[in-house]
Structures are given as structure tokens and as C-alpha cells.
Ligand binder design. Structure first.
Ligand SMILES: [Zn+2]
Ligand SMILES: [Zn+2]
Length: 271
């Protein structure tokens, strides 16, 4: 990661393209690898727990994960699920196959996968009704490798959840993925983001778009800067930015001195 001169608590990932993969290490044993660009794709792997969060696109690493925790069913978070089902059940045959989806969307997703054309191989290999599990705020999911995930409620323009991922030996989450959401749930309870790494929705950065962000169920850079003094995460990753957002544009909009204690990582590419 790159620290811009004079900006003590700001880091830019060393990415050359919008959909290049970011790698973060919440601790020595854990890495979080993936992409998050508004409208294009959000998908992360936490290989230690054989878990993916969202599946906006698939990759070899994502295909190897046994559990997919979905934040919601917008296409940029779920479009890779068909590829994941196909690749995971074929190339990793016999491994557990589980998709955890907000309860209110489970039956529609099962129905869609039951009729998706040319998915017969997947339907032969797994019982989709069994593989798709509903979750609600407060639901807890045991993960491989001694991990656990807990769902919490967020505020988007459709049924959506955030996910907090913890190693069983520790109380503090390693990673919190807030999904698509306004900043409101975190203003009400900043403790939700008390984790080594918190990945949050910063879809909007321009002045004058704050109300539009909230109405669309998204976070705005100014919301996060206002909340920063209350946050206890070590790293605050500003994700789900618009395609083409540059480091220069972020630098223009960020305050010289960041309040609070978190290191801020705007997830943008260099060019
Ligand atoms: Zn999204
Ligand atoms: Zn969304």
C-alpha cells in the first residue's frame, strides 16, 4: 500500500485497474482478497475460513470457497454465483457447498436457480434447496477453519445484511463487511465496525451527492469522515466506489488531517 506524502493515516492500494484484486491482512493468519466496484462487482475471499462474501464475479480463489455469505441480491453482488456453483461443485467436488442469503430473498433465489438454463450439472451435484440457507440480523454461521460469521442489519434499498467474521478464539471480529448501506446503522452503533478491518460502502464522494447517496441506500465519503472519530476499526476500507474514481479525486475530497484513529484505505486504482 502507498502512503501519500504528509498524510499519516491514509493508504492507497497499489492497484493498476478498477477490477484488480485488493489483498488485506487483518492478522498474520488471515487474508481478505477481492474486488469491490459499484455497479460492476463485489466479491471477497477469506480463504482461512473457506468463505466468500458476495459473488459479484467468480475467480479460481473464490471458486474454492465452501461458503458464500451474500449481503444482498443486486447483480453486482451475485452475478458470479452461477459460475461459482458450476466451478465449485465440479472442480471442488465433494466439498461443502453453501450459500447464505437474506431470508426474504431465499425462495426467489432457489426458484431462479431451479430454472436457470443449462445448470443441470449443478442441480445433479447439489440439492439447491439444501445448499441455500436463509439468514436474518443476528443469525450466526459456523465457518470452516474455526471461524464464525454473524449477520447484522443494514440500510440499503433492498433486503440486505452486513457480515462480521470472527476467529473462534477471539472476541473481536477480524473483518466486518458492511455491504451496501447508508451510514445510519453505524452512526447508531459504531461498535458494529469494531474490527481489524471494516469494509464499507462509499459509493459517492462528490459534494452535493450526499442526499442522493442516502436515498439510494449508499454511503458518502462525507458521512464516513463525520463518523471517523467514533470508529474503532484499525483499517477503514472505503469500498464500492464508482468505476474510474481516481486516487487524485479522493485526495481532493479527503481532509488533510483525518480525525479518529483508523487508517483509511480508499479502494481505488492508480489510473
Ligand atoms: Zn452494490
Ligand atoms: Zn446494492
Amino acid at each position: 500500500m502507498i502512503r501519500p506524502p504528509g498524510r499519516e493515516r491514509l493508504r492507497f492500494p497499489d492497484l493498476t485497474a478498477d477490477l484488480a484484486e485488493l489483498r488485506l491482512e487483518p492478522d498474520a493468519d488471515t487474508s481478505l482478497i477481492g474486488v469491490s466496484v459499484a455497479a460492476l462487482a463485489t466479491a471477497f475471499a477469506i480463504d482461512r475460513f473457506s468463505t466468500a462474501v458476495d459473488m459479484g464475479r467468480c475467480s479460481a480463489l473464490l471458486a474454492a470457497q465452501e461458503t458464500v455469505l451474500l449481503t444482498h441480491c443486486h447483480s453486482d453482488h451475485i452475478a458470479g454465483l452461477i459460475a461459482w456453483l458450476s466451478a465449485h461443485t465440479r472442480r471442488h467436488r465433494g466439498q461443502p457447498t453453501r450459500v447464505v442469503v437474506p431470508s426474504g430473498k431465499r425462495s426467489a433465489l432457489v426458484a431462479a436457480l431451479e430454472i436457470w438454463p443449462d445448470l443441470d450439472g449443478v442441480r445433479r451435484r447439489v440439492d439447491l434447496a439444501e445448499a441455500l440457507v436463509g439468514a436474518e440480523p443476528g443469525s450466526s454461521v459456523d465457518l470452516a477453519g474455526g471461524g464464525a460469521a454473524t449477520a447484522f442489519s443494514v440500510r440499503h434499498n433492498t433486503t440486505a445484511l452486513g457480515w462480521s467474521v470472527t476467529a473462534r478464539e477471539s472476541d473481536r471480529p477480524l473483518v466486518v463487511i458492511a455491504g451496501d448501506s447508508t451510514v445510519e446503522p453505524f452512526r447508531e452503533d459504531p461498535g458494529l465496525l469494531d474490527a481489524s478491518v471494516a469494509v464499507v460502502d462509499c459509493s459517492f464522494i462528490d459534494a452535493g451527492t450526499r442526499v442522493a447517496a442516502r436515498l439510494g441506500g449508499h454511503g458518502h465519503l462525507d458521512d464516513w469522515m463525520e463518523l471517523l472519530p467514533d470508529l474503532r476499526c484499525d483499517f477503514l476500507v472505503l469500498a464500492h466506489l464508482q468505476p474510474g474514481t481516481t486516487a487524485e479525486a479522493m485526495l481532493d475530497r479527503l481532509p488533510e488531517d483525518l480525525p479518529g484513529t483508523a487508517i483509511v484505505v480508499p479502494w481505488v486504482s492508480r489510473s
